[in-house]
Design a protein around this ligand. Structure first.
Ligand code: GLU
Length: 490
């Protein structure tokens, strides 16, 4: 069997993180099992579909590296609306073979039937009035009505799906109504379009969110009516908020583009989404810290199996995503970090040449403190502008600068640094560290006595990266300037 899977979003809203997870799982499935991964945009609902949403889906998937790579046809992006003619043909073919029927109910009649059911406290279920009527009866009873088309569902027995994630699930056919496949305006319904496209694309596995499980039973009957073996189904649990509640904006149910703006890396997002509700560890992980955490798509492909996905709803946890994103940032080549962080800087910062130089030198150090690309602009702000030591928000830094010994220590440091050269050979992390340590020994004080006020003066916070490193990145002249400025303020 050739494996063909599809990610089939409707362009009625943004591509959000749950959709991205479905796309990723489809993609990984073809990486581990071979076969083709397709993107099908289900845009037949003209009223709710927008071109903007379609573009957002494509660019979101592109950013995540989840656009199909093969070039057939049109990048493997299929527009469902291109196939409407085929969907209509299929509906009429089902009528011809007696598997579907014309239904002449008007919207008003249906509304009355629905209302009556509600009044009687019954679940509404179309009463199949037109299921076995002849053409002659239709002419007589509904001469001017354009009919819709409904599928004849089996009246007894059960529909069973052996789902690759959910296991065996069954529903009694008496619970399935004769649903509409073609509306009276000739527009096909989602249930029909989806199945016909799956048949035309020879989809072997339908991997999608478990909110579609109820549709699956009806679609199964549609495959049966078409005399086609239904694809295998895998309904993956939807995402929930970190608190176990319905996934909402506040939990992270926002567009993928928002994640980009928040400073996340596509690889980290994919890695996190893969780990959600999937409990495998890598035997050959480089080291223990990374084991369980960093998994590249290629590594995942070697072990990814749908059956290993948990049936339980997966909880989306920003803290875990942040942690993973941080691991990726710290693993990233400086060159990449440079171009990625630059996008988050202000124009003023970008135009500050001296600041840029210091910031870029300090990137690796900043990465040790950052979870997101946006963090660099916060944590690294001191590389661009000297902190205002008269108005520090970091209480510990404020305390350090106001300590009794701070003026003396800073004066000593000014002398010490003035005597050091400013070329890279003389002014570097090791040399600075060595000199400070020697001063600590000479003055016979604790390291913190010297280091803390210096750190406060240079960065305005006690949470900055390694002290010698930030001094090295700032450059000797800037360090001396900041110290002098502080001494003058005492
Ligand atoms: N278009 C449907 C959706 O966006 C998905 C249908 C499917 O995967 O079968 O929810």
């Amino acid at each position: 069997m050739t494996i063909n899977v599809r990610f089939a979003p409707s362009p009625t809203g943004m591509l959000h993180i749950g959709g991205a997870r479905t796309a990723l799982i489809n993609y990984l499935f073809t990486l581990s099992n071979g076969g083709n991964y397709h993107l099908r945009i289900e845009d037949t609902d003209k009223q709710r579909s927008t071109d903007e949403a379609k573009q957002a889906i494509i660019s979101g998937l592109d950013w995540l590296g989840l656009l199909p790579k093969n070039n057939v046809p049109k990048n493997n992006i299929i527009l469902q609306s291109d196939n409407i003619g085929k969907h209509q043909e299929a509906a009429h073919a089902l009528i011809s073979k007696g598997a579907a029927y014309y239904c002449y109910e008007t919207p008003e009649q249906l509304a009355t039937k629905r209302l009556n059911a509600e009044k009687n406290g019954e679940k509404y279920f179309y009463d199949r009035f037109w299921r076995d009527k002849s053409d002659a009866e239709a002419k007589k009873l509904a001469p001017n009505i354009t009919p819709s088309v409904r599928l004849k569902m089996p009246l007894d027995g059960a529909s069973m799906i052996d789902d690759m994630v959910q296991g065996k699930v069954e529903v009694g056919n008496e619970q399935l109504d004769d649903f509409i496949i073609l509306r009276s305006d000739q527009s096909p319904t989602y249930l029909l379009s989806c199945v016909i496209d799956d048949v035309m694309m020879q989809i072997s596995h339908i991997i999608r969110g478990d909110d579609h499980l109820t549709n699956a039973f009806r679609q199964l009957q549609l495959f049966n009516a078409l005399d086609v073996t239904a694809p295998l189904f895998a309904h993956i649990p939807l995402l929930y908020g970190e608190d176990g509640k319905k996934f909402s904006k506040r939990h992270g149910a926002v567009a993928i583009s928002e994640y980009q703006k928040m400073g996340y890396l596509p690889d980290a997002i994919n890695n996190y989404l893969l780990r959600l509700g999937w409990g495998k560890t890598l035997e050959n992980a480089e080291n223990d810290a990374k084991k369980d955490e960093i998994i590249s798509p290629n590594e995942a492909a070697t072990i990814f199996q749908l059956q290993d996905l948990s049936k339980a709803p997966a909880r989306f946890d920003f803290a875990k995503l942040n942690h993973l994103n941080g691991l990726y940032l710290r693993d990233m080549p400086n060159q990449d970090l440079r171009s990625l962080t630059a996008e988050f800087l202000t124009t003023e910062q970008r135009e500050n040449q001296q600041g840029m130089e210091a910031f870029e030198k300090g990137l690796a150090g900043l990465a040790t403190r950052a979870d997101k690309l946006t963090d660099f602009t916060d944590i690294g702000a001191f590389y661009f502008t000297a902190p205002d030591i008269t108005n520090l928000t970091d209480k510990k830094a404020e305390k350090a600068i106001n300590s009794e010994t701070a003026p003396e220590m800073l004066t000593q440091l000014h002398q010490l640094f003035s005597a050091m050269g400013k070329s890279d050979d003389a002014w570097n992390r090791e040399a600075i560290h060595k000199n400070i340590s020697e001063l600590v020994a000479t003055l016979d004080v604790g390291f913190g006595k010297i280091a803390q006020p210096l750190r406060a003066v240079l960065s305005g916070t006690m949470a900055s990266p390694d002290l010698s490193e930030i001094a090295a990145c700032l450059g000797r002249d800037e360090v001396l300037k900041r110290i002098k400025n502080a001494i003058e303020k005492f």
